[in-house]
Design a binder for this molecule. Structure first.
Ligand SMILES: [Zn+2]
Length: 336
């Protein structure tokens, strides 16, 4: 079983997960600026015909037990957290605090096609993937306190181990320190101003325009004013909503349209670079809050942290956010 340990110096939780070391590595070979061509893999466990090689499905689209599928969700065979619904017991022994590493770790198989990517799809294919995030977030968030986090790793340098297009969804039994901090800051802003920080930032960025990459009726894509990485981009709802699990179809479809265009623009601008994104919502049980908004945070992995970052915790971003946004806007026009 995985174990959660809390760092006594920072109070951040760490997952000790030895089972993760056993996972197979079948990554795409090339991850430079050149377009990566993923080779077919006859042993790929996510390709059609190999459904029995994965743990039992928890969700599929269309919702029919047999026949062709567009998206499948299955438990991860090499989970970060051990699957279970029981409470995660905490233990304290002097300065050492730990908890059972119980939660959920699922894989969203995004397409039956091995050689495919979100940036290649039409908007409806991307929306189908977001439907999986929404459905599983809704199912998992009611089971315990903590957090449900859909995320995607693209490219070996971003941590993916299988080249078949997929995302992951982890449900943690605790609220990670970063999220606790985000929530604390947002609540403080609400106390001071009586408004949602995320809605105010979104409105201010729309009015300013310099860092806006794209927007439609429901969502905005922007490079944050203090982005910590080159071309880091967030997608946020334009109207208040704390959890993506509560997004209606029109918001979900508008999010898919902007995400697909953003990924295509990134690839047009920088090539098939490694990136991670995470879809951050309010912690479980806090969905009704008026001071936090869900957001998708996409971070290209173009540079690795070095000693300065290690020693200070401060990021160094070599591309000013305004320049990054202008380049992404131009790329969006060239790669609609
Ligand atoms: Zn495959």
């Amino acid at each position: 079983m995985s174990e959660l340990r809390r760092d006594p110096f920072t109070l951040a939780w760490v997952v000790i997960a030895p089972e993760r070391a056993d996972r197979p590595q079948r990554t795409m070979p090339a991850l430079s600026a050149a377009p990566a061509v993923t080779g077919d893999d006859p042993d790929c466990p996510f390709c059609p015909g190999r459904e029995l090689d994965t743990p039992d499905e928890v969700w599929r689209l269309p919702d029919e037990p047999a026949g062709a599928w567009a998206v499948r969700v299955v438990p991860n065979r090499y989970p970060v957290l051990t699957r279970g619904d029981q409470p995660a017991h905490h233990r304290t022994n002097g300065l050492r605090t730990s908890a059972d590493g119980i939660g959920s770790h699922e894989v969203v198989i995004e397409s039956p096609r091995h050689r495919w990517d979100l940036a290649d799809g039409d908007d409806s294919a991307v929306a189908n993937v977001l439907r999986a995030y929404r459905a599983r977030s809704l199912a998992l968030r009611g089971r315990r306190p903590g957090l449900v986090l859909p995320f995607r790793n693209h490219g070996a340098a971003a941590g993916t181990s299988l080249s078949h297009p997929h995302s992951q969804i982890v449900a943690t039994p605790i609220v990670p320190l970063r999220h606790r901090h985000l929530f604390h800051v947002a609540r403080g802003y609400y106390d001071d101003h009586g408004r949602c920080l995320y809605v105010d930032v979104t409105a201010a960025e729309l009015a300013d325009g310099q860092r806006v990459v794209a927007c439609n009726d429901s969502v905005i894509a922007l490079v944050p004013y203090a982005a910590g990485a080159p071309y880091e981009t967030w997608i946020l709802p334009r109207h208040h909503q704390a959890s993506f699990a509560d997004a209606h179809d029109d918001i979900l479809d508008d999010t898919a349209a902007v995400l697909r265009r953003l990924l295509a623009a990134l690839r047009g601008l920088l090539g098939d670079i490694p990136y991670n994104y995470a879809l951050i919502s309010a912690p479980n049980g806090e969905e009704g809050t008026t001071y936090f908004a869900w957001h998708l945070r996409l971070v290209p992995r173009l540079a690795s942290a070095a000693g300065f970052e290690l020693g200070t915790g401060m990021a160094v971003n070599t591309v000013p956010p305004e320049h990054a946004a202008a380049q992404l806007r131009r790329a969006l026009t060239a790669h609609p």
